[in-house]
Design a protein around this ligand. Sequence first.
Ligand SMILES: *Cc1c(COP(=O)(O)O)cnc(C)c1O
Length: 371
Amino acid sequence: MKIYPFVDLHAQYKRIEKEIDSEIKRVLNSSDFILGKDLEIFEKKFAAYIGVKYCIGIDSGTSALELGLQALGISKRDEVITPVNSFFASSVAISLIGGVPIWVDSDPKTYTIDVSQIEKKISKKTKAIMPVHLYGQSAEMDVIIKIARKYKLYIIEDACQAHGAEYKNKKVGTFGDIGVFSFYPGKNLGAYGDGGAIVTNSKTMYEKVLKLRNYGQQKKYHHDFIAGNKRLDSLQAAILSVKLDFLNEWNSKRRKLAGYYMELLKDLPLVLPYTASLNTHVFHLFVIRTQKRDNLKAFLMERGIHTGIHYPIPIYRQKAYKDIAGITDCYFPVADKQSKQLLSLPLYPELHKNDVKLISKQIRDFFNEST
Ligand SMILES: *Cc1c(COP(=O)(O)O)cnc(C)c1O
């Protein structure tokens, strides 16, 4: 039986093997592994790609969220507004620096933060809004920016799933005070290990994050505050520089394949991804919705088609949050309902059009058999 993996990182490596191997060899020969030339080159290149003044390479997306929040001055018991449907990392970064995530339900159509419910969550302790550009499409930034201005709040964008995605033809990560990216291997731009970045137009934030990632020092052995080591290493930076040249091509392939799924699945009794009109979606994930999710998932698995669920348990229902879920306002009917219905289909740039056809055919068979 042919197996359809959910993502195939090996297929991508094979396509760029020569460039990658020679870059790895070059870095090994340079033996310049930490805070060297390769990191600087990647940071400049990624900043230019996103369209910001500064980029700082960090050791993971989660660390980058933490340092971003710290750079904004968020600390003990400060509240940060963030969606309840996201990867755990968005909320836990707030908790790790002593803050409190204040959750907001999902938009029923785009699954990103429901901006109509942000204002009622604002209190005296609110310091920032952290939208997540979920599955590869931007949150509704105009509304978020308006609210942030009105209440004097910072915006930190979690763009970990949205490298190259646009809102009103401008890249995500450029709308807030700080934008955060992850280079986890399966992301649209992925390293061969952990990695992340902070982007910003503010020189003050830039200089603060430089110190935050490197023991609070600007000058060696002069430590201005308590901070650890959260640096992106040269090998990952060199790998990311190679891969960044392919990002636009890979994103447009994802969009094409997504369009193909949309066409092939359009008359079936399921909900297809909805792209808001101001967005250019980069389809980190292709997420459908059906009440028969668990049966469909099992049916596809039996036929060698691997799918994912993003996410099966809304963050406030995680055991890790059982204490604070009891004290903050936790009523999330949309996220609760959708978490039982969401299903992510295989989607990555190297997936063949014909595979999309075969996967779609199996989904069609499932609905024919189950009705
Ligand atoms: C992947 C991801 C992160 C965390 O990134 P890591 O590099 O794995 O630490 C944060 N937020 C979202 C929405 C993500 O998808």
